[in-house]
Ligand binder design. Structure first.
Ligand code: MLT
Length: 201
């Protein structure tokens, strides 16, 4: 997958996996990584799917209607890419924390829904429920921060609380942060995510 890897100053720090929104690139979220932890390594990935020229991490049939088969395939592809990158760049595979926005948050959530130990933690800006009707792996020890908007036209507030409940049922520790805004990524929620990150052990 097309990506940027930046080795961090401190090898004991996590590797931050950056996953952009629809139409973004691997460059978009680099400033967020700096705000969350400037000493961590960064692996920023570009989605392999193109929708009218816009990069995404998996296909959709319509706004908010995911192509489930492609979602499953692309989630496996991203997991394999993480496994391979950990060997190539020699980072700790057990210490990867995703930061995703919108479509990038959705594929990060899909990693959590399909694989145990795919991510140590995740910061999900405006995620949706990636799939319904499946049993999640045991996510004990996995910490998740969700930033949601009370007026998000793409993700209703009930869907954010549903995602929280599904992850908590799988034993993840979830913090749901609300902004009185829409789908946009706000400076305030990035600041809240950075504060939450500081408390991770
Ligand atoms: C998705 O397709 O993943 C969601 O609708 C969010 C987005 O617009 O990318």
């Amino acid at each position: 997958m097309k990506h940027i890897f930046q080795k961090g100053k401190d090898p004991s720090k996590p590797t931050l996996l950056l996953l952009h929104g629809t139409g973004g690139t691997e460059k978009d979220l680099l400033p967020l990584a700096g705000m969350v932890d400037e000493d961590a390594s960064v692996l920023s990935v570009r989605g392999n799917v193109l929708e009218n020229g816009m990069p995404r991490f998996f296909r959709r049939l319509a706004e908010g209607v995911f192509d489930e088969e492609d979602l499953i395939f692309r989630t496996a592809e991203l997991k394999q890419f993480l496994d391979d990158s950990a060997e190539q760049y020699r980072f700790d595979r057990q210490n990867v924390i995703a930061i995703g926005y919108s479509n990038g948050a959705n594929i990060a959530a899909s990693l959590l829904f399909h694989y145990q130990n795919a991510l140590k933690a995740a910061i999900l800006h405006h995620p949706m429920v990636p799939r319904r009707g499946i049993e999640l792996p045991d996510l004990s020890g996995t910490s998740i921060f969700i930033a949601a908007g009370t007026n998000d036209p793409i993700c209703a507030s009930e869907e954010s609380t549903e995602l929280q409940a599904l992850l908590e049922k799988a034993n993840a520790s979830v913090k749901l942060h609300w902004e009185d805004r829409g789908h946009q990524l706000t400076a305030a929620e990035v600041e809240a995510a950075a504060q939450w990150y500081q408390q991770l052990s």
